[in-house]
Design a protein around this ligand. Sequence first.
Ligand SMILES: NC(=O)c1ccc[n+]([C@@H]2O[C@H](COP(=O)([O-])OP(=O)(O)OC[C@H]3O[C@@H](n4cnc5c(N)ncnc54)[C@H](O)[C@@H]3O)[C@@H](O)[C@H]2O)c1
Length: 309
Amino acid sequence: MIRNITVIGSGVMGTGIAISFATKGYDVILNDLNDELLHKAEKRVAADVALLVEEEVLLEKEADTSLNAIRYVANLSQAVQEADLIIEAIPEVIEWKWDLYKQLEEMKQPTAIVASNTSTFPISRLMEKCTFADQMVIMHFFNPAHLVPLVEIIKHEQTSDAIVEEVRNIMKEIGKAPVILQKEKSGFIANRLQTALMREAFSLLAEGVATAEDIDTAITAGPGFRWAFTGPIEIADFGGLDTWERVFNNVASELNDTKEAPAIISDLVAMKKLGVKTGEGIFQYEGEMVSNKLLERDRSFIRLARMKK
Ligand SMILES: NC(=O)c1ccc[n+]([C@@H]2O[C@H](COP(=O)([O-])OP(=O)(O)OC[C@H]3O[C@@H](n4cnc5c(N)ncnc54)[C@H](O)[C@@H]3O)[C@@H](O)[C@H]2O)c1
């Protein structure tokens, strides 16, 4: 039974994952390379939990309990020694992940389940140099991890069905929406679908079919509005499969099918215009605009989640 959870890497994803468990009564240890990084993480956790109180998801007392359920431990051995579930959320660099798993082999309890939050590495690659593939899964959360329900679960060919079931159950228990991939597939499900859509969005932008604002509105007010409740497969049934057959036959051959990142993105990256993190990307972000936009995003996600319940 999973009681103690350790999250390794206290960045964007690790903090959200820790909050997801701590607000549902689990004891969590957050680990990072040093105390300074953990101190920053603690501040982010406090701010995220404060918003949950402001939005009446948690009472003050529940928030205090959740914050007290998270311990910040820089020593890896101490951080993992009692963990039943270890979630790795360190940067997407395969050598760093391999190095960490090597250390875990020596330090973790033999029965501990290990999960990686990798966005891109197949589980077979993650486990190339490790001996605990039978206890390993990918548990792919979405940013912000404490607010977005989806978690994609991918098993290794050696992972037992019992472990997959245990992981799925704990996800459900903390209010997540787990989906299980039946086979290894790069990009998993959600990022493949998202990338397909974004390739076409940037192609329409490059062709000058509409402004960036209007392309975004075409999704948020159209298909995106429906997608929070109705997935693409069901939408085909609702619209009529004969209709969708015609849509595919008339439009599919016109869709962009390039195999590389859109030139608009690559050109901006070359100019070091990376989006909100540098103040300019497709759109411009000045002063407090970024923090205000992130706050607005998080509030909207909290309200949508409440409505979906
Ligand atoms: N950011 C996203 O939107 C997103 C979404 C889904 C999955 N992911 C995946 O989650 C993982 C983490 O991404 P992130 O965005 O949170 O990164 P991040 O850079 O925000 O945080 C990573 C943290 O790991 C720490 N770290 C590095 N090496 C470590 C080690 N050996 N031991 C302990 N801590 C270590 C870093 O100091 C940092 O605080 C990556 O695999 C990424 O692909 C990211």
